[in-house]
Design a protein around this ligand. Structure first.
Ligand SMILES: Nc1ncnc2c1ncn2[C@@H]1O[C@H](COP(=O)(O)OP(=O)(O)O)[C@@H](O)[C@H]1O
Ligand SMILES: [Mg+2]
Length: 270
């Protein structure tokens, strides 16, 4: 992986990369003013669970990964899911995203109950309505950054909304590096490409599992700023699993899990 120290000066539009030391977190200034300091927002939700329970195994090896979790994820916000290792963060995210099924309880995405869908419809909903970002960037090494961003839509035979794609490409701030392959990009830039890829199909919600887990601090900040601007500038809804309180500080609200239960749901306050 190349570490190119000239990146921030050569990228003409680079909201995610400028001065990574600064921590403006603009959402704390105005965005949260008319909301309660604690608890979920009262506005529309993009996803929710009702008494979501997930049990793995049986008998002595039985693990209750989720224990009757009821939670609403607000639309147009950045929600962080925190908690110690093994507390159920990934399980909750996978169940919200239709990648895993519940033992009991219900999950709704866009007000559609996921367990009511056939496999085919669930696959289509995941493809059309959900974006994913993982700790490993999962970019294809032989494709350019821009080709990686449009690949899922190309594979699905969907024409991207060009105005939206132009906006995503502007906000990702890679400038001329859009024509570069992943090996020619820094870790932070590669993860920004992965976020832009998730944004390209204009999903209802993006789920990111430890998206900064493989990055050094400054690259992590670069990605967090991009996630933040996807919410503030593009209206995207984002759910991010992290065990890093600093990463969670970029979110509008933080859900904390412990032993498969939500122990707090706090809104960021200025
Ligand atoms: N496929 C699985 N089979 C058995 N146990 C699992 C499986 N996936 C997760 N678990 C268990 O469920 C609990 C929650 O796991 P997970 O959601 O991965 O936690 P986190 O992401 O917070 O680290 C843990 O005790 C874990 O060992
Ligand atoms: Mg996990």
């Amino acid at each position: 992986m190349l570490t190119d120290t000239t990146l921030t000066t050569t990228d003409s539009v680079d909201p995610a990369g400028d001065n990574p030391q600064a921590d403006p977190r603009p959402h704390l200034a105005g965005n949260s003013a008319n909301r309660p300091a604690n608890g979920p927002a009262n506005g529309p939700t993009v996803a929710r669970t009702e008494a979501a329970t997930k049990v793995y195994g049986a008998g002595e090896t039985k693990v209750t990964a989720l224990d009757a979790v009821s939670v609403a994820i607000p639309a147009g916000e950045f929600t962080a899911i925190m908690g110690p290792s093994g507390s159920g963060k990934s399980t909750l995210m996978h169940c919200l995203a239709g990648l895993d099924t519940l033992t009991s309880g219900r999950v709704f995405l866009d007000d559609v109950e996921l367990s009511s869908l056939s496999d085919r419809k669930l696959t289509k909903l995941r493809r059309d309505r959900i974006g994913f970002v993982f700790q490993a960037f999962n970019l294809l090494p032989t494709l350019t950054a821009l080709e990686n961003i449009t690949l899922p839509m190309d594979l699905a035979g969907r024409k991207p909304d060009q105005a939206w794609l132009d906006q995503v490409v502007r906000v990702v701030g890679l400038g001329t590096r859009l024509g570069h392959r992943p090996s020619e990009l820094s870790g932070g830039q590669q993860q920004r490409v992965a976020v832009a890829r998730a944004l390209a199909s204009k999903p209802a919600v993006i789920f990111a599992d430890e998206p900064t887990g493989n990055l050094d601090r400054n690259s992590g900040i670069e990605v967090l700023k991009f996630l933040r601007s996807a919410v503030d500038d593009l209206g995207q809804s984002i759910v991010m699993v992290t065990h890093d309180p600093y990463a969670a500080s970029y979110a509008d609200a933080t859900l904390t899990l412990s032993d498969g239960r939500i122990i707090s749901h706090e809104r960021a306050v200025a």
